[in-house]
Design a protein. Sequence first.
Length: 602
Amino acid sequence: MREYSSPAKAEISDDARLTDTLFARAASEPNAVAARRQEEAGSGQWRDVTVERLHGDIVGYAKALINAGIGQGDRVALMSRTRYEWTAVDYAIWSIGAVTVPIYETSSAEQIEWILSDSGAKAAFVETEDHAKRVEGIRANTPELAHLWRFDGDDLTALTATGTDVSDEDLETRRTAVGADDLATLIYTSGTTGRPKGCELTHRNFLFIAHSALEGPAKPIILGHEGTPSTLLFLPLAHVFARFVQVMVIEGKAVLGHYPSTGPDLIDQFSVFRPTFLLAVPRVFEKVFTKAQQKAEGEGKGKIFNAAADTAIEYSKALATGNVPFTLKLKHGLFKKLVYGKITDRLGGEAHYAVSGGSALGDRLGHFFRGVGLTIIEGYGLTETTAPTSVNSPGFNKIGTVGQPMPGTTVRIADDGEILLKGDHIMVGYWQNEKATKEAFEDGFYRTGDLGSLDADGFLSITGRKKEIIVTAGGKNVAPAVLEDRIRSHALVSQCMVVGDNRKFIAALVTIDPESFELWKSANGKTGEISDLTADADLNAAIQGAVDDANKAVSKAEGIKKFKILPSDFTEEGGQMTASLKVKRHVVSKQWSKEIDDIYAG
């Protein structure tokens, strides 16, 4: 058993609450900029929102909720893409001591019904008419749901008008009745296995981890920039990582922008918004790399880009040793003018640091971006840990690890390799599920279900999921994440799932990235769709290269012997991916069981 603790840097008083900073700023610096909003969806125009304006919107919604009969501890659901109103309503709910229950806007009717009924939500905010119809369609099975309001349309204006008779004193009484250990939110796990469970997260959980970050590893990232720090939040606010970002930015008095998509148009917004720091999941950084590569190849500069990428990676690795050869410095300086500047400009040109979480980034991308000029700080966390529980820092960044424990937290590696965690960021438990809560803790530590290791400096490395360990017919234990992360770093690959449980050898299912596929077709003189070319020798040769590279990271017995290219991608709509972009292994295994059997048939 190995254990590592980081000393605490933040102390949260028992009477602290998530609304304190914002309400205090409304009195002390009302004209400071708290947020930026797009003039209209998809436009390139952003306007400032002052602290006074944000506070006013929060107060208006909060008073209306009091008038609607929402009491302290009552649950209020929120289903929408990431937008300004999400944050304003979230803080309004907290201002009256109620509990926010986020729902992914892509959720099915069955998922919506489960979360609304299990949480006992008394009211719900949705974004669109379509969302409202989905909720109305299952309302008969959610009898406690008394109110439904929409962001689009005139609902919020009408709602605010209903709260004008509630006094400021009444609201302040409700707001200050909340303590640090009161429930702030129920976030339902994404459900890669079984029915989602509601994680009970308190005001203390969020305040502790936000201030631990601001006083620790995030301090130079957020507060080390000249001028006003800002970030563009585009991850779904139903996800704990985005929610943590929201709280940290407000507690750190930075500027928060909202964007409703992680689609291709997102990258265009960076150069307009010009964030000083970025927080994202690995897939976003993969897209930035892939788009830059595609653009270069489309302009006939593919060889130059690939040479620049190799140089960036080599330069970053040399930085880690403290010895950068003179010739490498010269090459790096040349590519900085020709290639790297264009990539950082695409990200707004102001950000020198980014934080990646949600899943593994991979060494190659980490070294590439550091070599380009954007250091990505990788971290690790779960819904149950209010997002980050360990993270690298600008001054001590070991690429390939997820960093040291956050200040005030402890990481323990059990005898079987499972990662155990302790700190004030750990959830209270699972909502109305005493059995699951009891099973989740051991000796005061939260059992993550992830496998990992700690080095001598306390840097944590994730080696796989305890429940996802593949045991071959020969008894070999294989952690699929190591192989999958390497294969996914290939430009042509969208998703990869390693298989081989109780089989003779390890194999993989691979899906192709549609955007990269179009470029590859053009370069290789091919026609047809992905489904037409799954057996194409050239396409399979390209993927074989990615597999060969991944196999270098494991022993021969753990290496992938065969793979199969699938005709379609894994998607949330298809049921193969969770809303937080994790592969549902059991679903994929069932849907593509014939293809898996075919791999082993020979």
